[in-house]
Design a protein around this ligand. Sequence first.
Ligand SMILES: Cc1cc2nc3c(=O)[nH]c(=O)nc-3n(C[C@H](O)[C@H](O)[C@H](O)COP(=O)(O)O)c2cc1C
Length: 185
Amino acid sequence: MDALKAIFTRQSIGGVKPDPVPRELIEKLLSAAVQAPNHYKVHPWRFMVLTGAARERLGEILARSFAERFPGAPASALDKERAKPLRAPVIIAVGVDKPPEPKVLEIENICAAAAAAENLLLAAHALGLAAKWRTGEDARNPHVKEFLGFAPDQHLIALLYIGYPAADMEAGNRPGFEDRTVWIE
Ligand SMILES: Cc1cc2nc3c(=O)[nH]c(=O)nc-3n(C[C@H](O)[C@H](O)[C@H](O)COP(=O)(O)O)c2cc1C
């Protein structure tokens, strides 16, 4: 699939099969991710790849955190949290390095990591995988960051849920660029 076709047909897909994704394919995604531009060549992205039982351990953390935030939450709500990481056979968490020196700006590191995440999504799509970029409360949860090996003040910008698509999806229509663009001559 060429680059433009991948860009124009990629979409978020949450419904994936439980089938495992071969490690070589996951490595291809990571390799695509690190082709992203980054200022000062600091390669500020960090990936944590969760498969198998690691997702269950993450689910336990989500359930415990939920119980902490909502004491008295019903068991069904905790079960829902626990099951969240099981929605896909692979989760790639994308964290961002803190700048190692003043000239490196945190915002630029975040931009570079986001570019890496998008590269990864496009590569997944081109390879016939489905993916969804998720964040929400989970990406800001200090217990989740600790489990993934990130510092509390480190940004966790994406939890990329990846697997084989459960169904064929038609690409949706996205708004055009026109009302977001001004031409200055
Ligand atoms: C930074 C970021 C965070 C996101 N977090 C979530 C999320 O927590 N839950 C979710 O369902 N989708 C999330 N998304 C996916 C968007 O909802 C999705 O990209 C958007 O609806 C456009 O759909 P598309 O990806 O199919 O073009 C996130 C996307 C980005 C870029």
